[in-house]
Write a protein that binds this ligand. Structure first.
Ligand code: PLP
Length: 376
């Protein structure tokens, strides 16, 4: 079965696994135990990884807060800012309809707590119009939260423009970079933001580890509260024993992404060209404007075909998806495609292909045959 669901998660890199194995065997200490060498060694390793991730993003290492992944980082930003927002009369939040559920659901909760939430729709190209965000910013806008690239379409959002505008305002800016961290390396180094959510398992690192990057001003973090209590770890913002092996694996995956990102980009572009050329044999629509797309994702509709039937029939040959992993069991048309203005039929006939540099040749013959059979 050819794995084409890299946006859900990636296979772990052998070099990352080796690093983690070594930590589990030889460096099992609690990074919080500073009274003996076991803890000190573990702590050294955690700080080394923190520096590696900071270097990839060109931030200070004391701005990197380890979490369990992008979901938690998104929650920590949105819910963590709430109390300060309420206390300071800053209760307006702007985001978009095409965000991941780990943004949309916390926003729903905040709306029940008295926040005014505005969600900008996507357009046919798969993008959020930056002007639609900017023109909504007011003096009581606490936060703008946008994803960098959409997980279903791979379309890159105009976060740079929004960041440039917000730089001059008191509104905080959060970017969910789960799909671009370690991929759009130079872009992320230049964009202005206050908060950035990243995850290890989208870049060949382990599942269950990620970070919230929170930019400090005059050494101070923005006014976020931790979601859990019970220890002073991670600058008091994320209590709990730091998982040293996961953190080390995250660091290693980040270094590799840093060193290899150009080569990876070229190889994913080649796969994209091969996929596009194979698809040209059958009727299909590419959803979203490809000029803004990541080189490792395509969202494609096959008119008249039910994506569920297609995926189940081809299950043995191709591992495909029709949305985000967490919601794909629900058989609902994608909220992202609907927000982009597609009708339910087109949304129902859409699948997502996503791949990575480790993907060898992609032979779509079974898919081509299925669609040909169906349309004949
Ligand atoms: N945000 C986006 C855009 C994603 O694609 C994902 C991945 O599923 C997440 C957030 C959640 O990331 P994690 O699995 O690290 O919690």
């Amino acid at each position: 079965t050819i794995y084409l669901d890299f946006n859900a998660t990636t296979p772990i890199d052998e070099r990352v696994l080796q690093e983690m194995n070594d930590v589990y065997r030889n460096n099992f200490g609690n990074a919080g135990s500073r009274t003996h060498v076991y803890g000190q060694m573990a702590n050294k390793l955690v700080e080394k990884s923190r520096r590696e991730i900071a270097l990839l993003l060109q931030v200070d290492s004391n701005e990197v807060i380890f979490t369990s992944g992008a979901t938690e980082s998104n929650n920590l930003t949105l819910l963590g800012l709430a109390e300060w927002g309420l206390e300071n009369g800053r209760t307006h939040i702007i985001s978009s309809q095409i965000e991941h559920k780990s943004i949309l659901e916390p926003l729903e909760l905040l709306s029940k707590k008295g926040f005014e939430i505005e969600l900008v729709p996507g357009n046919k190209s798969g993008r959020i119009d930056s002007n639609e965000i900017i023109r909504r910013v007011r003096s009581d806008t606490l936060l703008v939260s946008m994803m960098h690239a959409n997980n279903e379409t791979g379309i890159i959002q105009p976060v740079a423009e929004v960041g440039d505008f917000l730089r001059e305002t008191p509104t905080y800016f959060h970017i969910d970079a789960a799909q671009t961290f370690g991929k759009l390396v130079e872009e992320l180094q230049l964009i202005h933001y206050d908060f950035l959510s990243v995850s290890a398992h989208k870049i060949f690192g382990p599942q269950g580890i990620g970070a919230l990057v929170a930019r400090r001003k005059r050494f101070q973090f923005p006014p976020i509260q931790p979601l859990m209590l019970g220890g002073g770890q991670e600058f008091g913002l994320r209590p709990g024993t730091v998982p040293v092996a996961l953190v080390a694996g995250f660091g290693k995956a980040s270094i590799l992404a840093h060193q290899e990102y150009n080569a990876r980009k070229i190889s994913t572009q080649q796969i994209r060209e091969s996929i596009i050329s194979q698809l040209s044999e059958i009727p299909h629509l590419i959803n979203g404007d490809m000029q803004f797309g990541l080189s490792s994702t395509l969202n494609v509709s096959f008119p008249g075909i039910d994506s569920e039937a297609l995926m189940l029939t081809l299950e043995q040959d191709l591992a495909l998806s029709n949305g985000s992993a967490c919601t794909s069991k629900e058989y609902k048309p994608s909220h992202v495609l609907l927000s982009m203005g597609f009708d339910e039929h087109t949304a129902h006939s859409a699948i997502r292909l996503s791949w990575g540099y480790a993907t060898n040749e992609v032979n779509l013959e079974p898919l081509i045959a299925f669609v040909k059979d169906f349309t004949n």
